[in-house]
Write a protein of this length. Structure first.
Length: 174
């Protein structure tokens, strides 16, 4: 969430629930029939989990969640031995890099909703060299994370992995 608006204040713990308008168009690009296990490590108000459940319909996919406000800290969470097929989340922006790095250990495929300008920064240069995304799904419409309009920031789903997407690796505008 951007501080572009003079009156905007940051929500505690970077809590900005994922609006369905940001997740539903993206979820259509995933081949859920290839998945057995999903983890949402920053479940927040479960908005993204609800959209995932709608997207998978009756497919037998196990969905696990972590939510620090309810006592499950992703950074202390021990995944099953075979890890997850997919980790998908809208991470707290202040911890996004840590979420991505841990997710690379815990899952085969990773999807993170981030500011598009997360690609920039000298600080993350080495990080991006180590973890270049395979797919980037740019949201053509700015999402409202607060219900009070949008900020002045573009967002995208940053993805790592190739097998579960309906698209070849590349940049897409939703």
């Amino acid at each position: 969430m951007s501080r572009a608006k003079a009156k905007s204040l940051r929500n505690p713990a970077d809590f900005y629930p994922t609006p369905p308008t940001a997740s539903m168009p993206f979820l259509k690009r995933i081949k859920f029939e290839l998945l057995q296990t999903i983890l949402e490590p920053a479940a927040g108000d479960w908005a993204l989990v609800d959209c995932i459940k709608d997207a998978i319909a009756a497919k037998p996919i196990s969905i696990a969640t972590c939510e620090i406000r309810e006592g499950t800290d992703y950074f202390e969470f021990q995944p099953p031995a075979n890890n997850f097929d997919l980790i998908i989340t809208n991470p707290p922006y202040s911890l996004a890099q840590e979420f991505i790095e841990k997710a690379h250990i815990d899952a085969k495929t990773i999807c993170m909703l981030l500011r598009l300008n997360y690609l920039g920064s000298q600080k993350r240069r080495t990080f991006w060299q180590m973890y270049p995304p395979t797919h980037l799904y740019v949201l053509s419409k700015r999402p409202s994370f607060t219900g009070n309009g949008t900020d002045c920031t573009e967002y995208a789903w940053f993805c790592w992995g190739e097998d579960i997407f309906r698209d070849v690796p590349g940049i897409y505008v939703l």
